[in-house]
Design a protein around this ligand. Structure first.
Ligand SMILES: [Zn+2]
Ligand SMILES: [Zn+2]
Length: 342
């Protein structure tokens, strides 16, 4: 039997099972079981809370800043607020001096400021370690914070914060962002803003929207959209109904904006058979201007396209709808190709 070479590195302490996390341009890897709990805002300003089965784990806040901000001062203010709250509750609170969570020399990050605090061991948030910085590429101040749960060892949380926040990036590359959570991963152009998002046990529904252009080019156009659905327990959902009928009842008949006439074309996605639908705008007040300006400006607005497929490997039904301009037809297909369904 061969002995494993001494030189091969062992995984990091919390490097066991991990999954990518991607949200509003941010990407890192988190332990498995960490998923978005609460989220709000936009790419310009918002927050995301990531929970594990016991409660809060990671808090991420960001805000666009036109002027160069004073990150160190904001961090000091944040710690002061925590300290005041602790004093009011008469509970223990101690600031950790100079922790090293995110390296000051991280490329493209300015004013990297690490921080840490230790509170009452029994309390819901027993300690916290994090970092804040300003990024001149995405113009955002980022504030990222890992929180300890009751009676967790402080050193463990500090280590966890280093592992999760050390590699945290605040913007995607080449104009595309990775969105990943709940074993879902898809690439979406950064110019598409997150619209409606519903993350439920029974389904995930996410929509990204790019506003219609202003001026002549935007006349009669609708916003460009990408919309993703994921439904669990496909084998149960499809136990006595064909995918095409299921799609009609669950996606097409309830669609507020578009109609998808039969029949569906057959196609392939990620090695699975897929149904492909070409859509039409339901509301004539929206459909007529598109038709009119298409004629007037001699342009062609492509039909919205819906792909629906059953992935037996993940036991999920997936659907991706794209409504894009002719120049962006590649976007719909590339988002589809980037999606990992299993
Ligand atoms: Zn950035
Ligand atoms: Zn699949």
């Amino acid at each position: 039997m061969s002995v494993s070479p001494v030189s091969s590195p062992l995984p990091l302490l919390f490097g066991k099972a991990r999954r990518p996390l991607g949200w509003q341009g941010y990407t890192t890897e988190v332990p498995e079981g960490w998923n978005p709990g609460k989220y709000s805002g936009t790419r310009a300003r918002g927050d995301l809370r990531v929970d594990d089965e016991n409660g809060m784990r990671l808090e991420l806040r960001w805000e666009e800043s036109q002027k160069t901000p004073d990150v160190e001062k904001s961090v000091a203010n944040f710690l002061q607020t925590l300290q005041k709250d602790a004093k009011k509750r008469k509970s223990a609170f101690q600031i950790v001096e100079n922790p090293h969570i995110v390296s000051r020399g991280r490329k493209k990050k300015e004013q990297v400021t690490s921080f840490g605090w230790i509170g009452e061991a029994k309390s819901e948030a027993s300690c916290g370690f994090g970092a804040a910085w300003f990024c001149p590429t995405c113009d955002r101040v980022t504030f990222a914070h890992i929180v300890g749960q009751p009676n967790e060892k402080v050193a463990k949380i500090e280590r966890l914060a280093q592992e999760v926040l050390g590699p945290l990036e605040c913007h995607g590359e080449g104009g595309w962002d990775s969105w990943s959570f709940f074993d879902l991963q898809i690439e979406i152009p950064s110019e598409f803003e997150l619209g409606r998002a519903q993350i439920l046990l029974s389904k995930i529904e996410m929509e990204w929207v790019r506003k219609r252009p202003v001026g002549l080019y935007g006349w009669g156009r609708r916003a460009e959209r990408l919309k993703l659905w994921r439904f669990p327990a496909a084998s149960a959902l499809l136990s006595d109904i064909q995918l095409e009928d299921w799609t009609r009842f669950n996606l097409l008949n309830t669609h507020k904006q578009l109609v998808y006439p039969n029949p569906a074309e057959a196609g392939r996605v990620n090695g699975h058979d897929a149904l492909i639908y070409g859509g039409k705008i339901k509301d004539p007040r929206q459909a007529v201007p598109v038709w009119f300006f298409d004629k007037l400006l001699r342009r062609v607005t492509p039909k919205p396209i819906l792909h629906v497929w059953d992935c037996p490997l993940s036991n999920r039904i997936w659907a991706l709808e794209s409504e894009v301009s002719k120049a962006n037809l590649h976007v719909g297909r590339q988002a589809l190709d980037s999606l990992q369904c299993h």
